[in-house]
Design a protein around this ligand. Structure first.
Ligand code: UDP
Ligand code: MN
Length: 337
């Protein structure tokens, strides 16, 4: 077991918060595998120090500085910076098998059985199920594969601009070759699926093992009040899976904040957008009261997509709130980006 590891990546301080919560969630569910986080050189020292308390190995990766083929690849394709950093996980050759998890994922139960799978195992992407989602995948570190991936990356690029496009291009028989490489969707449950297929979420969401806060607004973009358990702000629309969001915040507030406070002093660390993405400039005051998913059946979004669609069709769009022009424009912008 010492030669198998869960691996994540954080290139900046905001994603490091996600990595802290993910690491804690893996520990809380008693994983027997090692925990590794790849960090960019921009992750500040106090954050790295907290990560070292959670992870077995905090590895600073600077693809710009590496002097290897990744460096050359990046010279040709500066647009693929974070992507190339993520591919770096293939260089962890002291491990024979790893499970990569995005820093915006949260583990809800022990998932060590994923190590029974082979490279490249992943769950379907909710937006295009013939592609796999690269937020959770099983892989085998190998210098040879790493080299081939970088070569693929520089020559073919990424059809979506990110690592998911590269990886789906490279492992392009995933959809057809071997069904055992299709992870069940509950290993990478994303908000968008809840939103687009609510009855399935009601039926199967209770057995979710990993939730993925995919998309522009990350859990750490919100603000949390531990007294009232209210999550607010950070987003242009109400969170689509508030129960899981509350799980994230509950773990963050109870297990991560005390460690941050040891580093930085008594700041509360509960306000959103802690040096978060530049795009998060607008904060609304939309607030939701939610209950934790661990003690309850999966909850519906504040208003289901169905309800919202119905209201919209009846001419009752929420023009001042969820359906305001600004929100619609922002939504379109995220699709066009
Ligand atoms: N990531 C990072 N810094 C960034 C963007 C992404 O470290 O600025 C890492 C992080 O592990 C993140 C993963 O790359 O979870 C994929 O990006 P993201 O989760 O934002 O993409 P999404 O899942 O929303 O498509
Ligand atoms: Mn993600």
């Amino acid at each position: 077991m010492a030669d198998q590891a869960f691996v994540t990546l954080a290139t900046n301080d905001s994603y490091s918060l996600g990595a802290m919560v993910l690491g804690k969630s893996l520990r809380n569910h008693n994983t027997t595998r090692k925990l590794v986080v790849l960090v960019g050189p921009n992750v500040s020292e106090p954050r790295q120090s907290v990560l070292r308390r959670i992870y077995d190995d905090v590895k600073v990766v600077d693809v710009l500085d590496s002097g290897d083929t990744a460096h050359l690849a990046l010279m040709k394709r500066p647009d693929l910076g974070v992507t190339l950093t993520k591919l770096h996980c293939w260089t962890l050759t002291q491990y024979s098998k790893c499970v990569f998890m995005d820093a915006d994922t949260l583990v809800l139960s022990n998932i060590d059985e994923l190590f029974d799978r082979e490279e490249l195992s992943a769950a379907p992407d909710p937006g295009w199920p013939d592609c796999f989602n690269s937020g959770v995948f099983v892989f085998r570190p190998s210098v040879e594969t790493y080299g081939k991936l970088l070569q693929y990356c520089t020559e073919k690029g990424s059809f979506d601009g990110g690592d998911q496009g590269v990886l789906n291009g490279f492992f392009n028989d995933w959809a057809t070759a071997d069904i055992s490489k299709h992870l069940p969707f509950v290993y990478n449950l994303s908000s968008i699926a809840i939103y687009t297929y609510l009855p399935a979420f009601k039926q199967f969401g209770g057995s979710a093992k990993v939730v993925h806060f995919l998309g522009q607004t990350k859990p750490w973009s919100y603000t949390f009040d531990p007294q009232t358990k209210q999550i607010s702000g950070g987003s242009q629309e109400a969170p689509t899976h508030p129960a899981f969001l509350l799980d994230w915040w509950t773990l963050y507030a109870s297990a991560v904040v005390p460690m941050l406070q040891e580093q930085y002093g008594d700041e509360p660390f509960l306000t959103g957008c802690m040096e978060s993405q530049e795009s998060d400039t607008t904060v609304t005051t939309e607030t939701v009261q939610v209950e934790s998913s661990s003690s309850h059946a999966p909850m519906e979004p504040v208003m289901s997509s169905e309800q919202r669609k119905e209201q919209w069709e009846q001419g009752q769009a929420d023009y001042m709130g969820m359906d305001s022009f600004d929100n619609i424009k922002r939504k379109l912008d995220t699709f066009l980006k």
